[in-house]
Design a protein around this ligand. Sequence first.
Ligand SMILES: [Zn+2]
Length: 473
Amino acid sequence: MSKRIKCGRLFTGLEDTARKDQTVIVDDDGIIAYVGPTAAAPPPGARDKVIDHSGAFVMPGLIDAHTHLTFGGTQTLEDIDLYAPLEFRALRALIWGQRLLHAGFTGVIDPGCTGRTMIAVRDAINAGMFEGPRVCASGPFIGNYQGYTAFYPTWINNPTAVYAHVDSIDNGIEIVRSFAKDGVDFFKFALDGSAVDTKGGLAASMRLDETKALFGEAHRLGKRVIAHSKGQSGAETAAKAGADVIYHFSWQDDASLQAVIDNNVTICPSLVIIHNRYSFTQQTDGHGMGASTAGRLRDPRHPEWDGHGARSDLGRSEWKGAIAAAKRAYEAGVPIMVGSDSGFAVCPVGEWNALELVLLHKHVGMKTCDILKGATSLNAQFMPGGHKFGALEKGRYADILAVDGDPLSQIDVLLDKSKLTVYKAGERIKSRPPAINYRQEQDFSYRMWQEIYDQKFVKALAEASRLQAFAAE
Ligand SMILES: [Zn+2]
């Protein structure tokens, strides 16, 4: 019994425009058997099921190229690393994965988790044990004390950390080999963190020779490499060492852009995290742009720079930089993958993933057709087996999104989950993921108070009538 999906408009993920009056026929295995004009479709069998999306815009399921399912909606970096057991993190990732699927994303690239959690989640979904998006998984970040995710001081040795510590080229190569042995799809390297170089930008975490050696081993083992590089130096180093993809790419110049072009690197700006952190955060948040918090929680080890967003001037500067760099890269023809860096309290998984597409259009000036191709067929190309999904074409899986609207002319319709119908391998996703008790699900930290209540602070609170009982006495 085949399914015949009547499409009002059909966007294949490979072309710039949508076609009219098309039909997609899906066979029993969830594979597309026909895409083309309804009039030319093979005649229906007596038992074929017709699905009418003749009022909808039908396109491939979206793929987010940068989401951390194990983080979910993390409020503290400690929650990523320290408190919850690995087994809990894997279960947590499953639920967030289901939320992502409901938001129209049938695939996800998950770059950086603790332990082998995302390998387990990927394999469980692939085995049909749980509903979820197609997962392309790395293990932990690979880096050193100068790279992002080396959150803690050197005396804390956390064996289940979100990063694996490289202390020499030989040991880095061994880490790459062990991750490959355990089944990662690709490697995530932290090419910068929060250290500042002599020019005042972010310092690359590794020298070029070290980076080349580690990326080279990854490639020798047939795996691709994504580098986290916000700064110029890390991006230039990553590009020259042969990175396949660079995430963030926030503060860039001619030299790093040229290195990206010369080495055929794809970039994935990941604007949602920058935008939301900058736009949503309240003054009571430790990591925020609010006037009362700005500068208060900056990293004392690197007073010139704070990678966690506590300095409002840096939040503003990163947003401007990331927009400018993405614009220049787009105009230079650099391929742009679409990923939101969801997984944090300001961008919980499944809520704002589609905002990345909106920001790329509104602020970077990308054409909507390029964004939609990026979020489908281009993102899929990075994933193992990606030639089997990511586009509506004969022989690929019927991972389909039917949209009540026209994302080519109004891309923010993709943020409205009530307007989306999702199919993975031809099966409609129906059951809603359970509501999550965020407090039980996220907060394992021992932090007890946001403020330090010395007499001066309590007096100020009372004067502002924020401490009712005290003020009343
Ligand atoms: Zn990330």
